[in-house]
Every structure is written in C-alpha cells, then in structure tokens.
Design a protein around this ligand. Structure first.
Ligand code: 6PG
Length: 243
C-alpha cells in the first residue's frame, strides 16, 4: 500500500482480489466499531463482487450485521425490482443472503412520484439518523463511503457539468436529464462526511480516467472528493495507472 497523509492506494492482482481485500478491510473496521457502523454503498457493477464477498461465509459469519447500517450513495429512479436499481444489485449480491435487520437497510425510496421528492425524503432520513441538520467535521456521518469511477470521471451520480457539483447545502439531490433514468445522489458534503472514502476501480478500461483523477490535476467530479477522513483507492493491476 502506498500512503500519503490522507490517501492510501492499494493494488491487487485482479477484481476478485480487490473484492476480497476490501471485504476483509470492512470486516476489520466493523469489528472495531462499538455500537454502530455506517456504510454508504456505491452502485454500478464494480462493487457487486465486494457485496458478494461480504455475503460469503468466510466474512459473513464474522460480520457484526446487527450494528451495521447500510445507505446508498446514489440510486436510479426506477423500481427496486428493476435490474437498473442499485438497491436491486445489492439485494441480489448481499442483502438476500445474510440476516440484516430491516431497520438497518436505508434504501432510497423510489416508489414516489418525483425524483426531487425521493431526494428530499432521503435527506430527511439521513438527518434523522445522524441526529442533526448540520454535518460536524468532528463527527462524520459514515464510517465508510464506497464509490465507483465512471468513464467520464463521475462518481455516485455526480456527473460532469451538472449543478449538483456545486450543491453544498442539500444532502441529497435529484439529477435529471443526464441518463435515461433520473438519479438521486448524495452531495459532496455528505459523501465526504466519512472516516474513510474508498474508491473501487477495476478493469483496463478505467486506467486512463483513473490517471486523470488520482493525479488530482483534473476538475472531474471524482477528483473533487475531499473526505473528512482518509481517501482510499482500491485498484486491480489492470486499472492502476502507473504514474
Ligand atoms: C451508479 C454508480 C456510479 C458507478 C460508476 C462506475 O449508480 O452507476 O453510483 O457512480 O459507480 O458509474 O460504474 P461501474 O462500476 O459499473 O463501472
């Protein structure tokens, strides 16, 4: 692992090894937690292997499921049963395989009329869970925020050129018109309110965009994430941009 003051880069041989490494990393952190451990889940396809590894016996039988709360960093504004749904992906990979108290699963409710309403409702849920309307840098909302990296440098549903990139007050926003399906995304201040923000990036197709992002030179959305705590990059060999 390469370390700087606030950034840790870990490189594994392949995507399965990344999933195993991050799975054990999360297990270690969760076992150290006292009464609550809060995770903000990433959508997309990359983290599916991780969620499957968390549900695998080797980790699952040690995981303190009863104290772990699961939130989503973004969601597609589709039914929970839709294959596009990030909830659906996590449910298939993990939630359906392990015993997690229903109260610990904080899905973004997309069964409402408008994406803006879904965002407002989720903001209310986040604030109620956190216990305040104001994020305190000394008291991060999440223990771990998991993020992916899109081919255009987006992360969560923080897409290049969208207004939500400058949103500093709302905790969750609707993002409409970028993708065929509307999105709900947490905003930077909330994603960053975390002891650890971990990007999971695998596959040769991510190497170039990853290089632009980790050199910090770019204004790409993923490059603008400034966590309260430590920033982790978990790469496989194929995606790691030899800088
Ligand atoms: C989503 C994610 C999104 C994702 C990246 C990478 O809802 O799709 O939040 O930000 O992490 O697009 O996606 P892949 O892991 O599928 O490459």
């Amino acid at each position: 692992m390469l370390k700087s003051a606030q950034t840790v880069i870990d490189i594994q041989p392949d995507a399965v090894s990344v999933a195993g490494k991050v799975g054990h990393w999360l297990l270690e952190l969760a076992l150290k937690a006292k009464d609550r451990f809060t995770v903000c889940l990433s959508g997309g396809s990359t983290p599916k292997l991780l969620y499957q590894s968390l549900a695998d016996k080797k980790i699952a039988e040690q995981m303190p499921w009863e104290i772990i709360h699961w939130f989503w960093g973004d969601e597609r504004f589709v039914s929970k049963k839709d294959p596009l749904s990030n909830y659906h992906m996590v449910e298939e990979a993990m939630l359906s395989k392990v015993r997690i108290p229903a109260k610990n699963i904080h899905a973004i409710n997309t069964e409402v009329k408008e994406p803006v309403l879904a965002a407002a409702m989720y903001e209310k849920e986040l604030k109620s869970y956190y216990g305040s309307d104001r994020l305190d840098p000394e008291k991060p909302l999440f223990d771990v925020t998991l993020l992916g990296l899109g081919p255009d440098g987006h992360t969560a549903s923080l897409f290049p050129g969208t207004d939500v990139l400058s949103e500093r007050l709302a905790w969750a926003s609707a993002v409409v018109g970028v993708k065929p399906e509307a999105r709900i995304t947490l905003t930077y201040p909330v994603l960053e309110s975390s002891q650890a923000v971990a990007f999971l990036v695998t596959g040769r197709e991510k190497r170039e965009i990853a290089k632009q992002v980790i050199t910090g030179a770019s204004e790409l959305p993923a490059a603008r994430v400034r966590p309260t705590g430590t920033l982790f990059w978990f790469f496989d060999e194929a995606a790691y941009p030899r800088i």
